[in-house]
Design a protein around this ligand. Structure first.
Ligand code: ARG
Length: 366
């Protein structure tokens, strides 16, 4: 191929290497995160907001320090096992390039160090044939996409549409400086303002033409509206209000497994959105993760953060027998993978991945 053709990508390619409309079509290519060099970010009001009181204390004490090396090693091993399982099932697995998250960076007005490259779900949103870099609200995630840029450039060269939402400034005015938890029973009070659009990709759940979104401590109204306008008339972006005390990422609350099959966290979803009223709903089983197991930045409901390989196969934590039984009782084959050490870092299979291509088409399922 001519150099220029190579640089511009195969504009004539019949299909894009990036194409995904929902959470369940047969998976063909996926990005699996890496946990190398994971660091606790500098302390900041926005970092604390989605965490529990105990987690906040640890984040304050260990700000700027690396995560424990033995836990990183154990999680790395589980990520490699996940990659192997996916490959053995015929899925192309891509990995980001490690980055140094201890290095300081900044813009006029603030500076930070980084977090990790473990959760591509948080920052890359694939809708149709487009891959979108999310405008993340945490200063420690300002350069999160860096580790994934080699992959994004490769997808672009091969014909993908590639976008970044407006790069946020992350100015002090984005944050509610004196933020405190809303009192029990009161409506959610976000740590971020409407200063500019921000969102994490993991606050969106794709159901074909319909996409459900939640406002959280990282996703604001402008962020949801930006995506709605960007996607245009082919998609309907619905904002849902869930009962999550510390919302950050919808994928441990409302998780579609296949057309007509919705998994929910019962307390966070006391009322299923009316658009999903024809779907069969099942409640996530009580997590089996013991209290002694470190969970630095997620609740135990990370047990429902499963990944569908297709409508009939679900990646599920190896020790999570109740979730495996739930899958079987619903006609889904559980594909177990040890992932509990990875869970410590704040996610499970859905968080740790970005499904780049699933074989299917744009359809309406509601
Ligand atoms: N906030 C959720 C919880 O604490 C965890 C969501 C993790 N999701 C993610 N994409 N990192 O239960």
């Amino acid at each position: 191929m001519h150099d220029l053709d190579h640089a511009l990508g195969t504009a004539t390619a019949a299909s894009s290497p990036v194409e995904c409309y929902n959470e369940w079509d047969p998976l063909e290519e996926v990005i699996v995160g890496i946990v190398d060099n994971a660091h606790f970010p500098p302390w900041h009001v926005a970092v604390g907001a989605p965490l529990s009181a105990a987690q906040r204390e640890i984040f304050q004490q260990r700000a700027g320090q690396p995560f424990p090396a033995d836990q990183v090693a154990a999680a790395r091993d589980e990520l490699d096992q996940l990659a192997e399982i996916l490959e053995s099932m015929g899925v192309v697995v891509r990995r980001p390039e490690p980055r140094d998250h201890s290095a300081s960076y900044g813009v006029p007005g603030w500076s930070s160090t980084g977090l990790y490259d473990a959760m591509p779900r948080d920052l890359l949103l694939v809708v149709g044939d487009e891959i979108i870099e999310a405008p993340m609200a945490w200063r420690s995630r300002y350069h999160s996409v860096s580790a994934f840029r080699p992959l994004l450039k490769d997808y672009f060269r091969r014909g993908a549409r590639w976008t970044s939402a407006p790069k946020p400034e992350l100015h002090d005015d984005l944050y509610v400086e004196d933020w405190t938890d809303q009192p029990d029973g009161e409506p959610f009070r976000s740590v971020i303002t409407e200063y500019e659009p921000t969102f994490d990709a993991a606050d969106f759940m794709r159901f074909g033409r319909d996409i459900f979104a939640q406002r959280s401590h990282v996703t604001n109204g402008m962020g949801i509206e930006w995506l709605r306008r960007h996607l245009g008339d082919d998609y309907r972006v619905h904002e849902v209000t869930l009962e999550d005390d510390h919302p950050m990422h919808i994928d441990a609350s409302l998780v579609p497994l296949a057309p007509g099959k919705l998994l929910i966290q019962a307390e966070r979803v006391p009322e299923v959105p009316s658009l999903l009223k024809d779907w069969e709903v099942r409640v996530a089983p009580t997590p089996v993760i013991p209290d002694s197991h470190p969970l630095y930045m997620t609740s135990k409901w990370i047990n429902m953060n499963v990944l569908m390989i297709d409508e009939e196969h679900m990646l599920v934590e190896a020790q999570d027998v109740p979730m495996q039984r739930l899958a079987e009782s619903w006609g889904i084959t559980p594909v177990p993978c040890p992932f509990r050490n990875f869970n410590s870092f704040g996610g499970s299979f859905h968080c740790a991945t970005t499904d780049v291509r699933r074989r299917g088409e744009l359809r309406s399922y509601l």
